[in-house]
Design a binder for this molecule. Sequence first.
Ligand code: BTN
Length: 279
Amino acid sequence: MTESFVVDPKSIAERVSALLNPICPNLLVDVKAETESTNADLLQLNYQAHSPYCMLLALKQSHGRGRQGRPWLSDQGSLTFSLRWQFKRSADTLSGLPLAVAVAALNGLKSLGVQDLSIKWPNDLLKGTGKLGGILLELGKPLSDGMTNAVIGIGINLQLPFELSKFDYKVAAIHESASAEYIANIREDTLVAILKTLLPALIKFDAEGFSIFRQEWMGHAAWLGQKVELSTGTQGTLIGVDQDGALLLDTDLCIERFLAGDLSLRTAEPARVFSSRDV
Ligand code: BTN
């Protein structure tokens, strides 16, 4: 259990903003003590309406959203933030974006010394065999000039959730348990480390698309070359992703291609690896 420890959202925003200013002077940094979901906030048109580049950190979310309509548990031991980013590209060219974000987030975590990291397609961050973090990409209404507003939400487990018994699957965290003060410091350091790798990655993605991230994604892919199974029941050997970030499975009959969506991946080996902080 973490004891109570008071953090001041405004001073976090000031510190984070000063550290990120040299990389992205146009980024508006906001911090809330609590909100329902940082993704939901940034998708609202009237939220900081004049800032195409916006980062919102919440110290607590009451209705965090996960992929595939699942909730995302966001207790005091987690880092939960979202970034609103205006891309010069249309929505149909963004399918590889969540994978590029996963590569950038992994590099940010690595720069802090977090070890044993990999990416489960499309964009789950694993530490060992447990889920350390998740990424949720949501798109705003198409803009008239072919540009697209995207909201990229990231949740990272800084310490293991209090109620591990809630989970039937494996969860990982940066620390097993720590004081509230330590977690508050780690939260800020982790946020800045991820944004330092993520912001330049978004600029690169906008200019060149997913293809320049593909090799690096493959270099971090979990279960590459292993038998895997999609939630639809399709099984095959994971051979990688294509230029759009679609999953490529060798099903023995052919190479099949799967786009991100309602698919999830689990090992088809006897020792199944379950993951996620989803409740
Ligand atoms: C997943 O299911 O793997 C994706 C989880 C994404 C959670 C983050 S936490 C910050 C942001 N706000 C949300 O409501 N969800 C994302």
